[in-house]
Ligand binder design. Structure first.
Ligand SMILES: NC(=O)C1=CN([C@@H]2O[C@H](COP(=O)(O)OP(=O)(O)OC[C@H]3O[C@@H](n4cnc5c(N)ncnc54)[C@H](OP(=O)(O)O)[C@@H]3O)[C@@H](O)[C@H]2O)C=CC1
Ligand SMILES: CCCCCCCCC/C=C/C=O
Length: 329
């Protein structure tokens, strides 16, 4: 009999999540039936979407949603070998049983030397968000000037590097000088700390006096309201995330987008990365190749210990992560 540890949403978040909103529980797993597998989580992901999705889709007492890289410990399913690693969507659990239907094996070309945790970051859902958001929503093209916020995070750091590969000028902003130095190190043309600039308006103008063709928006709120005025005519805005609004109990009010959208003839499109589920393999293959070639650099903020999942999640929402926030069990 295996005992799994799980993190439960004890109380729906009100404003910023607190550690007391979570509860650590133990559950006994039953014996495996035919076709089933026993898996142990090795790395778990903490992501911003968990904040709005928990509100929308979860009840108090549910196990927190999320993905992990897990190792197969026991298999009654001929399609899966003991010792293989998969990406699963099994929530915040140390161990779990699966029938294999929802498991994704790591790509067969995954090099032994490459950390498997990258399957939750640059070579996983966040990397794919950058890839499809830039190609399909921003319609990025050679010579464009691309703006991205939360630029030193899991999605933003890949957006900037893919835009450089695509022959664009890239401007990024992040919430500390350390993150800004990192952005310059990985090839951003311009980067600034949005928390310390005297005027966001000035900083955006200085970074690109001619404005922006593409804006990959991870943040929303006030930043987006100011950035929209810096778009070039016919600019494209990919509305990827709105992390500055996820913890609001009262919705923020305008400025509103209509006037700049009309006069600059902008295109603004929200998206969810799962729209391209049927092209997942294409995206992962491209991302893995760039990582292996050293064209895309990856950084991870690894928190040790399953007990620290809530702390890692809250820390990521506060901006404590450089690159992808990961928990190592
Ligand atoms: N549409 C989709 O399919 C997907 C959307 N997303 C969205 O992309 C965005 C980035 O996600 P991800 O890369 O995983 O997370 P990150 O790794 O970027 O971590 C979150 C970062 O957001 C920044 N942040 C937090 N609060 C604020 C705030 N009030 N104002 C500005 N920045 C803030 C912090 O960086 P800093 O120090 O710079 O403030 C923090 O490090 C999120 O909005 C997420 O919801 C992610 C995946 C898929
Ligand atoms: C429970 C696992 C869900 C994995 C799919 C994640 C889709 C993320 C979409 C993000 C939206 C905003 O952050």
């Amino acid at each position: 009999m295996v005992t799994a540890k799980v993190w439960v949403l004890k109380k729906h978040f009100e404003g910023f999540p607190k550690t007391s909103d979570f509860e650590l529980k133990k559950i006994e797993l039953p014996n495996l039936k035919d076709g089933e597998l026993l898996l142990e989580s090795v790395f778990l992901s903490v992501d911003p979407y968990m904040r709005p999705y928990s509100q929308r889709d979860m009840k108090e007492g549910d196990i927190m949603i999320g993905t992990q890289v897990a190792r197969i410990v026991e298999s009654n399913n001929p399609a899966f070998t003991v010792g293989a690693f998969v990406v699963a969507k099994s929530g915040w659990r140390t161990h779990f049983i699966s029938d294999g239907k929802d498991l994704q094996l790591l790509p067969s070309s995954w090099p032994e030397s490459l950390p498997k945790s990258l399957a939750l970051g640059t070579v996983g859902m966040p990397g794919l968000t950058a890839y499809f958001g830039l190609l399909e929503v921003c319609k990025m093209k050679l010579g464009d000037t691309v703006l991205v916020n939360a630029a030193a995070g899991a999605v933003g750091s890949v957006v900037g590097q893919l835009a450089k590969i695509g022959g664009c000028k890239v401007v990024g902003c992040a919430g500390s000088d350390y993150k800004v130095a990192y952005l310059k190190k990985i090839g951003f043309d311009e980067a600034f700390n949005y928390k310390t600039v005297v005027s966001l308006d000035e900083a955006l103008r200085k970074a690109s006096p001619d404005g922006y063709d593409c804006f990959f928006d991870n943040v929303g709120g006030e930043f987006a309201s100011i950035a929209i005025n810096h778009m070039k005519k016919y600019g494209r805005i990919a509305v990827c995330g709105a992390i500055s609004q996820y913890n609001d109990s009262v919705p923020q009010k305008g400025p509103y987008v209509q006037v700049p959208m009309i006069f600059k003839e902008l295109r603004m499109e929200g998206f969810i990365v799962t729209r391209w589920n049927n092209r997942w393999e294409e995206g992962l293959k491209a991302l893995l190749k760039w990582v292996v070639e050293g064209k895309v650099k990856c950084h991870e903020q690894v928190t040790e210990g399953f007990e620290n999942m809530p702390m890692a999640f809250i820390g990521m929402l506060k901006g404590e992560n450089l690159g992808k926030a990961i928990v190592k069990v």
